[in-house]
Each structure stands twice: as structure tokens, then as C-alpha cells.
Design a protein around this ligand. Sequence first.
Ligand code: SAM
Ligand code: FES
Length: 364
Amino acid sequence: MSANMQIDTQQRKRIDELFENGILSAEDFRALIDGRDESTSSYLAEKARIRQKENFGNTVYLRGLIEFTNYCRNDCIYCGIRRSNRNCERYRLTEADILDCCEKGYALDFRTFVLQGGEDMAYSDEDISRIVRSIKTKYPDCAVTLSIGERSKETYQKWFDAGADRYLLRHETADPDLYAQLHPKELTLANRIRCLYDLKAIGYQVGAGMMLQAPFQRTEHIVKDLFFLRELQPEMIGIGPFIPHQDTPFRDREAGTAELTIFMIGILRLMFPDALIPATTALGTIDPTGREQGILAGANVVMPNLSPTGVRDKYLLYDGKICTGDEAAECRSCMESRIMLTGYQVAVSRGDSPRFLHDILQES
Ligand code: SAM
Ligand code: FES
């Protein structure tokens, strides 16, 4: 008997409704998530693949991730590079190092470079602008994504004017109390949200998202995240399991599962048919085939690492991170073969959000 035949009638109804309308009531979301089982997951993934194919065919986009600094002024409780982790060996890449990563990445068909790091104030606004400008001048056919945390609107504007196209800033959780349990008191959900709306207003393609199964998180919190995302309407949504890091106060907490992340990818694909949804490294860390399963449940982006091998094992947000010893070319070809096994194909393209391209066409 196929998994679909065994699915609970109520669960099937909820998934069909989500497929048709892109939304459920909070109560139905909660019931869908809490009542999930193998047959529900496989039916959800089947429906999610329909939306994925309608919007993206069998294409998966590649982003080249450059983790250019692990210095951070923040002290997020879950994070392995938090400022109070004295065991973290810190590094910074120079502009020349970053351009070197881009050169390697371009030759490997990457057309988006994601510059990610802690909130490292040693790079001035002008330093980041100069780095973005250099990349855009050398590779005008590439997109630059920044993921360097919370800043003022003026700073975001400067980087946008320098040519940055996209910005990733997970909201982490849309519940202010849970946010406060995961972060030191100087960090607030309100400021995180302010940043996301500033980024949108400036014209970035914006990525938000949450960590799943973080300590203290309950299903109600995840449902709140879904409604927050519906309001924000980000172009990109990154989610992944919480994984403990040995040098943080959450060292003894249980890690999240690939299973829930994969299920939530399916829900997000039905809510946001044209969103860019990555199958993240954390998902590949918690399960060796997590990223492939993520793609088969609706994800359409992968982000192989382009950082120099010498620093890879220093950007450790959580324990057991995969691919820390591999060269960029190895990561690229490993990802390509994994994607091909799922029946999808890697695209040599910037991979912009279809909604974003539509808006640009309307404006011109
Ligand atoms: N500083 C930037 C920021 O705050 O957005 C980018 C770097 S931050 C380390 C990138 C993401 O890593 C965070 O948004 C968080 O969701 C994720 N992360 C950090 N620690 C993690 C952990 N222990 N398990 C899973 N994900 C984690
Ligand atoms: Fe700043 Fe994690 S605490 S990147």
C-alpha cells in the first residue's frame, strides 16, 4: 500500500487545503505538525514538489558561501562563535582572500556569492562597500548576498548602493519571550524585525527564517513563525535544526531532527510557492542525506562552502559541521552529484526570486 493510502483523513484534508490556499488556521497548522507521521510527510512532500516544479522546473540553485570572519560582537546563547567562547580560534579574511574565493567560485559556475560572518565591527561600512563593489565590478553577472547581522538602515543602504543584491537575516523565532531565552538581553526581536523591514524597504531580496527545535521551542512558536513569515513575505526562507555546540551554555541540549526540518520545508513550499528555500548545511550535518531529502520536500537552493580550507574548521556554529576539510571544487562536485541523484539539476545562474524579477519588470 502506498503511503498516501494510509494517510489520516484529517491530515490529508489539511495538506490539500494548504496546497490550494497557501494557509491554514493556527490550530490546523499545530495539528498538522504535531500529528505528522511518515504518510503525512510523504504526502506533504509530494504536494510540495508540485509547487516547486511549477515555479522552478527541476532546477536547484547554487550559492557560494564565503564565511569571511568568525569575530562577533554578539553573544547568542546557541552559537559557537559567540563572543564569550574563548576556545574559538578567530580569523578574518582580507579583501584579496575574499576575491580569491570568488575567482575560484566563478570558475566553478557559482553566480551568487554569499558573504557571511559574525557582527565584526573591524570591517567598517566602507570596507564592506568596497568589497561588494570589487566583486560586482569583476563579476557583473553575479549576485552578492550579505549575511552579517543587525545594522542601521543607513548602513544597509550604503551596502545596497555599493551593489549588494540580497540579505540573509534569520528572525530565529517570532516569539519575543523565546527570543529572549535564546539571546542576551541587548538583542531584541523588535530590532531584528526592524532590520528585516528596513532591508525590504531599501530593495534587497530578503531572507528570514528560524532555527527549529531550539531549547524551549514548542509547536506554538513554530506556528507563530509561519504567520510572521506570511506577513513579511521574504524572497528567501532559511530554516534548519538547532545543533548544540560544546562551548556554549546549550552544550547538553538535544539537537533538532532532520525529520521536522524536512516537514517544515514542505509546509513553507506550499505557503510560499516561489520562495528560495535552501537545504542547509545544518540539515546535512544532522542527517547525511538531509539536504537531498530537503530538496525532495521542496527546497531549491544549496550553499556549498567556498571559504579557504585553512579557516573552514574555525567557523563552527555547532558541533559536527560537515565539509570542513573539503576544497571548494570538491564541495561543488559533491553537491552536484547529490542533486543529480534526486533527479534535479544545478543551474548556472544568479537564481533570483521569480517574484523579485516580476517586480523589476513591472517597474521598468
Ligand atoms: N551574524 C549573522 C546573523 O546573525 O545573521 C550571520 C551568521 S549567524 C552564525 C547564521 C545563522 O546560524 C544564524 O541565523 C542561526 O540561525 C544559525 N546558527 C547559529 N548557531 C546555531 C546552532 N547552534 N545550531 C543551528 N544553527 C545555528
Ligand atoms: Fe554572532 Fe553567532 S553570536 S554570529
